[in-house]
Design a binder for this molecule. Structure first.
Ligand SMILES: [Zn+2]
Ligand SMILES: [Zn+2]
Length: 418
């Protein structure tokens, strides 16, 4: 305890300095936010956003690498003193959503997505994440002389998933060596969260976000007249059995103490009211907080399909696509981060949360090295925000300052208390 106290006292001038630097950096960072918010780009199309980031990182004197996993940017900040390497990650892509917010800098950008013309918006708050990372880089670059270690700022494209047939996102950045030369020993990330007020954060230790997989099923029967079902093999009745059968996986197969979700989101089949079609197509998603549960669900879907289609005299095609693993917050890192965030934002603003069933590709980084990912409140007093990925999602500018304060403190604590 005494050691911790002495350490804290020795750090006080550093933190005081950081607060002043944040204040100075803020106007430029908010201006950056307005520009990227008004000019969002879809996954794997973040060329202009990347240019803007690289330009600013270069101006700060960081070693900048571009073109990683298409439009990824990395800025390396080497402190004057020796110390560990730690990483900060921010995602860069917008979504095919038409923004409906009262922000003066709201997006009017359109692009082509899935063959259609769509509005594009930062409806997942990635503009806030980039602003917080850039703000943290600005503050720490000004403290280079006192900095004991190296900070790797990773700006990652395509968090929301890549267009069909393309590669990208966190796994591709890792493949291209983003966690080498130098190897960070920990990585931090945030996500804007519209359930919380500006200044609040929500923390979890251990599993934080679920794995996300995609299932694709085709049920092949035999077409017949709707009045003569005995002459055909009805894939629609079979689809109904399969959908209900899949619901027994979380309820009857998986240990009740392990969360799992199986959702069928697409059921497609049939041309006419009085024809039994030959095929029904199903698509869905599987969520879990354990690799073993993922394996179990994948296997059980196959068994249920084999059993039900055999009983019906039908056949099937089944694909189980692994998309993201579950995101695990390293418990030791989480405990340290919690203490840092309580000191920085006040205990009343640090909320203990629950894991969320939505996914996040930060999970890939946190599989390679200890990772810590937390949620940042973005709703200012007197404003309202819709949910993530909706047209009315609204992150307030004022969320950036506590975000930078939190991230700067996490990095400084990590470097100094290692
Ligand atoms: Zn999102
Ligand atoms: Zn997001």
């Amino acid at each position: 305890m005494r050691n911790t106290l002495l350490l804290l006292l020795s750090l006080l001038p550093v933190y005081g300095h950081a607060d002043k630097l944040i204040e100075q950096a803020l106007p430029e960072i908010i201006e950056f936010r307005h520009v990227v918010h008004a000019n969002p780009e879809l996954s794997n199309r973040e060329a202009e956003t990347a240019k803007r980031i690289a330009e600013r990182l270069k101006k700060l004197g960081l070693d900048v690498q571009t073109g990683i996993a298409h439009h990824g940017v990395v800025g390396l900040l080497r402190g004057s003193k020796a110390g560990p390497v730690v990483a900060v990650r921010a995602d860069m892509d917008g979504l095919p959503v038409t923004e409906q917010s009262d922000l003066s800098f709201h997006s009017t950008v359109t692009d082509t997505y899935g063959g259609k013309r769509v509005g594009v918006a930062h409806a997942c708050g990635h503009d806030i994440h980039m602003s917080v990372a850039l703000g943290t880089a600005t503050v720490l670059a000004a403290m280079r002389d006192e900095l004991a270690g190296t900070v790797k700022f990773i700006f990652q494209p395509a968090e929301e998933g890549v267009p069909p047939g393309e590669k990208g996102g966190a796994p591709m950045m890792i493949e291209e060596g983003v966690l080498t030369k130098p190897v960070p020993e920990a990585i931090f990330g945030i996500h804007s969260w519209p359930d919380y007020a500006v200044g609040q954060v929500e923390l979890t230790s251990g599993p934080a976000m679920a794995s996300s997989d995609r299932i694709l099923i085709d049920l092949h029967g035999r077409q017949s007249h709707g009045a003569w079902p005995h002459l055909g093999v009805d894939p629609i009745v079979l689809a109904a059995q399969v959908i209900l059968g899949l619901q027994t996986i979380p309820s009857r197969t998986i240990d009740a103490r392990e969360p799992a979700v199986v959702t069928v989101g697409i059921v497609r089949g049939g041309q006419r009211f009085n024809i039994i079609p030959d095929t029904v197509h199903l698509e869905g998603t599987v969520r879990a907080f354990s690799d073993a549960v993922q394996d179990q669900v994948e296997r059980r879907i196959g068994e249920i399909l084999a059993g039900l289609t055999s009983a019906a005299g039908a056949t099937y095609d089944y694909t189980y696509e692994r998309q993201n693993p579950f995101l695990n917050n390293d418990p030791a890192l989480a405990a340290r981060a919690r203490a840092t965030l309580i000191r920085t934002l006040g205990a009343e603003n640090v909320l203990d949360g629950k894991p969320a069933m939505v996914a996040e590709d930060f999970a890939w980084f946190a599989r390679e090295i200890p990772g810590y990912y937390f949620r940042l409140g973005v709703v200012a007093p007197g404003t309202v925000s819709g949910g993530l990925h909706t047209p009315s999602f609204r992150a307030d500018d004022s969320a950036i300052e506590p975000g930078i304060r939190a991230m700067t403190a996490l990095v400084l604590d990590y470097l100094q208390q290692r």
